[in-house]
Design a protein around this ligand. Structure first.
Ligand code: DX5
Length: 218
């Protein structure tokens, strides 16, 4: 499934952008939250999730690239995030973060940076709904897909099968028509795409081209 990342959207035309991805038939959008500390960039907070919530019925995933996710999870849930994904490299106990996401009424995702091995999340994989594998260094859209992450995607699929777990595998970063088949072939269920979707004028067409590349085209 293609998950447009609003990081690259034109926020002066947010409603039109959301209508375009809705027309393309996506089910979820991703909101990249950055605090300027965990990553060297600042984007937006719960207020944007609330705005997106008012504009669309699509599922909203809040990707928290912040140092202290535990302090902010309830606010993002209240703002209307359906999925809240936090980084295992952030402060706080990952198990506590998962419990807090669920207590707040959202589904839980855990994210690993490129240099972080899946061994760091293994203890909570039976509790999360989403495992997000970054295929770029978090912080900016428009970066190149790190093909050296492909074995990690495959490892995530193998782990899920071996342990009979149920998390979805989300791949985030550098997704475009040539990298979609690579990620899907290794087990990606969800593909986050920002610049490939919002980089040009034809947003709906861009999503459809990515769906076709993933073999999802209708
Ligand atoms: C990085 C962001 C990006 C974004 C997708 O911190 O998480 O990966 O979602 O951006 P593109 O598709 O432009 O790489």
């Amino acid at each position: 499934m293609i998950v447009p990342s609003l990081l690259s959207a034109d926020f002066s035309r947010l409603e039109q952008s959301l209508r375009a991805v809705e027309r393309a038939g996506v089910d979820m959008v991703s909101v990249d939250v950055m605090d300027g500390h965990f990553v060297p960039n600042i984007t937006f907070g719960p207020i944007i999730v609330s705005a997106v919530r008012k504009l669309t019925h699509l599922l909203v995933e809040a990707h928290l690239m912040i140092t202290d996710p535990i302090s902010y999870i309830p606010e993002f849930a209240k703002a209307g995030a359906d999925y809240i994904s936090f980084h295992v490299e952030a402060d706080g106990d990952p198990g506590e973060a998962v419990r807090l996401v669920k207590k707040s009424g959202a589904k839980a995702g855990v994210v690993v940076k490129p240099k972080t091995g899946l061994d760091k999340v293994e203890s909570i994989l039976d509790q999360v709904d989403l495992l997000v594998i970054m295929t770029v260094e978090p912080g900016f859209g428009g970066q190149g897909f790190m093909e050296e992450m492909l074995p990690k995607i495959e490892q995530a699929r193998t782990l899920r099968e071996e342990k009979s777990l149920r998390y979805l595998i989300m791949v985030d970063g550098g997704i475009h028509k040539d990298t979609v088949p690579l990620a899907v072939s290794k087990g990606a269920d969800l593909l986050v795409a920002g610049s490939a979707v919002f980089g040009g004028d034809d947003i709906e067409g861009a999503v459809r081209r990515l769906q076709d590349a993933a073999g999802l085209g209708d």
